[in-house]
Design a protein around this ligand. Structure first.
Ligand code: HPA
Length: 258
């Protein structure tokens, strides 16, 4: 699918916030609850404007991180955003770094995904209605906003454009051997939440890109190769907290610059 330019179409954008990102102070928003036939309870979405552009915000894990990655109702979230008229999603995902150039604190804008998840409700095309419902997913992370992010990245060594995201089931982190396997598969980053989110957005005709914040070296990838250093959850949290400020600057630039 060729995504039209940002200005030639309805430009309603949603930010999906991941771990640590439950509210965006810059977005002066009102909370709205919205219903989806895929959820038993109403979902909360914040609606506001940035530089005259309608922007919504949805916290993927809930406002107080009450929903783990494998329990997120991805269909309800994407269905609700689609009903609100959203045409573009910019997701924020916390990840572990596999690629040696993607150290904790880096921001990566991946362009490919490998899906290792299982048992998640992953499609809206569940019923055969006489038509073959398949989406092209050759380039899963196409978005008219990528160019703007790349402009911002030009001025920063710690932002990488391109890379393959491995989506794993979680909620546990990986073994060192699992990460070596992901590296052999060509993965640069590992996280738990981009699938089926990205594919469901494509099924609804919504463009989707992700800003990934590297919060830790993936298991066994830490610089000290002599020992397998356990991943510190406290360190992950502090890298996340610091890095989200930069992610928010990047989002602001992306949504306001021409
Ligand atoms: N593995 C999977 N998901 C993650 C990681 C990781 O190392 N870090 C942040 N999210």
């Amino acid at each position: 699918m060729q995504w039209m330019t940002i200005d030639s179409m309805n430009n309603s954008v949603a930010i999906i916030g991941g771990s640590g990102f439950y509210h965006w102070p810059l977005l002066k928003a009102v909370s709205k609850t919205t219903l989806s036939k895929y959820a038993n309870e109403p979902l909360s979405v914040e609606l506001g404007r940035i530089a005259d552009r309608p922007v919504s915000f949805l916290a993927r894990h809930g406002k107080n991180h009450s929903i783990p990655p494998h329990k997120i109702n991805y269909r309800a979230n994407i269905d609700a955003l689609s009903q609100l008229g959203i045409k573009h999603i910019i997701a924020v995902n916390a990840v572990g770094g596999i690629n040696i150039n993607m150290a904790p604190g880096s921001i990566v804008i991946p362009d490919q995904i490998i899906d290792y998840t299982w048992g998640r409700e992953h499609t809206f095309f569940d019923e055969f209605n006489g038509e073959l419902d398949h989406i092209d997913f050759t380039s899963p992370l196409e978005s008219p906003f990528r160019d703007r992010v790349a402009q911002f990245a030009d001025n920063s060594d710690a932002i990488h454009c391109g890379g393959t995201y491995a989506c794993v089931q979680g909620p546990r982190l990986e073994t060192a051997a699992e990460i070596r396997k992901l590296a052999r598969d060509g993965c640069d980053l590992v996280g738990m939440t981009m699938m089926p989110e990205a594919a469901l957005a494509r099924e609804k005709g919504i463009s989707y890109m992700s800003i990934c914040l590297v919060c830790n070296w993936a298991a066994g990838m830490s610089i000290d190769k002599r020992a397998l250093v356990p991943i510190s959850i406290d360190e992950m949290k502090s890298v996340l907290e610091e890095g989200l400020t930069k992610v928010q600057q990047l989002l602001q630039y992306t949504l306001t610059s021409n």
